[in-house]
Write a protein that binds this ligand. Structure first.
Ligand code: PGA
Length: 253
């Protein structure tokens, strides 16, 4: 089953206008030089830069995404952003359930599920994040945790067309540590099995499962050539256009 790899940048709470514009323009120019890349590209700037970055990406092959959304269409939710507000700004994707939101904002699987339902309804594709902590990995519970997170946070009617899963071991995010390729393969295969049970074999076979956590140009080839790894969700290295593009090239895009 050929799945087009997705190379996604999660800028997190980084970049002011000048830096973000420059980053987006440089990435778009480099992707253009690649002609017809084998991969899809996505950048997810902070809310404040979505409008500006959208302009920098107009007419390019790089899609725009946000890092979170609320589950309501509109209303009394001070400080929140609705899925429709994101599509209104030109977003195609939204990341949901990132471990930093699960930790900083105590987001539960149930809440993430509600957000995903709302995002899909608004026409957004979701990148739903899962992954175990170090304590859970050491206790041999990595797969169980991922399974529970998928069952709880992925809506029952999700399809390969509207949902991407990102496996991001919490202990690998921003630490420079990455799991062994065997461990990545094992979790990705288990994730696809859970997806097959939940969403049917056809959806599971077509659904992209990204790896995230300290992806760099130097480890991209090894990680992204594994059979169930369909792209990467990149934090730190996505803030440097050269690294982001080198990851894509090393991944065979
Ligand atoms: P990192 O972050 O690449 O900086 O480890 C990945 C992520 O949190 O999405």
């Amino acid at each position: 089953m050929a799945r087009k790899k997705l190379i996604a940048g999660n800028w997190k709470m980084n970049c002011l206008t000048a830096e973000g514009t420059d980053l987006a323009k440089t990435i778009a120019a480099e992707v253009k030089k690649m002609g017809k890349p084998e991969c899809e590209f996505l950048v997810c700037p902070p809310f404040t830069l979505l409008g500006t970055v959208k302009k920098s990406l107009r007419g390019t092959k790089v899609a725009l995404g946000a890092q979170d959304c609320h589950f309501a269409e509109k209303g009394a939710h001070t400080g929140d952003i609705s899925p429709l507000m994101l599509t209104d700004l030109g977003c195609k994707y939204v990341i949901l359930g990132h471990s930093e939101r699960r930790a900083d904002h105590l987001e539960s699987n149930e809440l993430i599920n509600k957000k995903a339902v709302a995002a899909h309804k608004a026409g957004l594709k979701t990148v739903i994040c899962i992954g175990e902590t170090l304590a859970e990995r050491e206790a041999g519970k990595a797969i169980d945790v991922c399974k529970e997170q998928i069952l709880g946070s992925v809506p029952d009617d999700s399809t390969a067309a509207d949902t991407v899963i990102a496996y991001e071991p919490v202990w690998a995010i921003g630490t420079g540590k990455v799991p062994t390729t065997n461990d990545v393969e094992e979790v990705h295969a288990a994730v696809r099995k859970v997806l097959a049970k939940k969403l049917g074999k056809s959806n599971a076979n077509k659904m992209r499962i990204l790896y995230g956590g300290s992806v760099k140009p130097s480890n991209a080839k090894e990680l992204l050539s594994l059979s169930d790894v369909d792209g990467a969700l990149i934090g730190g290295a996505s803030l440097k256009a050269d690294d982001f593009i080198a990851i894509a090239k090393n991944a065979g895009c």
